[in-house]
Write a protein that binds this ligand. Structure first.
Ligand SMILES: Cc1cc2nc3c(=O)[nH]c(=O)nc-3n(C[C@H](O)[C@H](O)[C@H](O)COP(=O)(O)O)c2cc1C
Length: 196
C-alpha cells in the first residue's frame, strides 16, 4: 500500500501530459532508454508473459528504414523525433513462460493455439505500450503514439525471419509544447462508465 501520488505527479502523467508531434533538439542517451525499460518491464501482463519487444530506432540509418513504412502524416514528425519506439510482440512468447511464470506449466496453455497467442500478445503488448507512455512521462519525456504505418512493410523491414510482429509506434523525446493544439475533449464518466 502506497500513498496516492501528489497533484504535480498526476499532472506529469495525465492532466498536463499531451501527445506530441514537434520535438526539441535534445538527444536521449541510450542509458535513459534502458532506465525507461526498467520501469516498463514491471507493468503487469497476463501470466507475466511480457510479450512486448521494443526497438528503439534512433540512428539515421534506422529512421531511413522506417520512413517508407510510415503514413504520409506521420513521416516528418517521426524523422524529427529523437527516438521512435517500435512496440512489437513476440509470437513465440510462450517459450519464455517456463522462465517467467514458474508457478504452472503456462506454456502448454498456448500450445497449438495461434489465435490465443495472437490475442494475448496483442492485448498485453498494447498494455505494455501504455506503461511505456506513462513511464516516459514519469521520466520527464514526451510521447507521440502512432498506428498510421504499414505493418506488413515494417515487419518485412525490421522483423523478417523472426517471430516478432509490430503493434504500434511511439515517438519519444522532449516535446515542443509551443506547437501543441488545444486538448481534444474526453467522454465524461456518465457516457463512458457504468457502475454495476
Ligand atoms: C494507439 C494510438 C495510435 C495513434 N495513431 C496516431 C497516428 O497515426 N498519427 C497521429 O498523428 N496521431 C496518432 N495518435 C495520437 C492521438 O490522436 C492522440 O494521442 C489523442 O488525440 C490524444 O491527444 P492528447 O494526448 O494530446 O490529448 C495515436 C494515439 C494512439 C494512442
Amino acid at each position: 500500500m502506497h500513498a496516492p501520488i501528489d497533484s504535480n505527479a498526476l499532472a506529469t502523467l495525465f492532466s498536463e501530459a499531451r501527445t506530441h508531434s514537434a520535438w526539441l533538439d535534445k538527444a536521449l542517451p541510450d542509458a535513459l532508454l534502458e532506465q525507461l525499460y526498467d520501469h516498463v518491464r514491471l507493468g503487469p501482463t497476463a501470466v507475466n508473459s511480457c510479450p512486448a519487444r521494443f526497438v528503439f530506432v534512433r540512428s539515421a540509418e534506422g529512421k531511413q528504414k522506417l520512413a517508407p513504412c510510415l503514413s504520409k502524416g506521420n513521416l516528418d514528425k517521426t524523422l524529427a523525433a529523437p527516438v521512435t519506439v517500435i512496440v512489437a510482440y513476440d509470437e513465440d512468447f510462450p517459450e519464455t513462460l517456463p522462465e517467467l511464470f514458474r508457478h504452472a506449466d503456462a506454456r502448454s496453455w498456448y500450445a497449438g493455439q495461434p489465435a490465443l497467442i495472437t490475442e494475448n500478445a496483442l492485448r498485453n503488448s498494447s498494455l505494455q505500450a501504455g506503461y511505456l507512455i506513462l513511464a516516459a512521462r514519469a521520466l520527464g519525456l514526451d510521447c507521440g503514439p502512432m498506428s498510421g504505418f504499414d505493418d506488413k512493410a515494417l515487419n518485412e523491414a525490421f522483423f523478417a525471419g523472426t517471430t516478432w510482429k509490430s503493434n504500434l509506434l511511439i515517438n519519444l523525446g522532449y516535446g515542443d509544447a509551443s506547437k501543441l493544439r488545444d486538448r481534444l475533449p474526453r467522454l465524461p464518466f456518465d457516457r463512458a462508465c457504468v457502475l454495476a
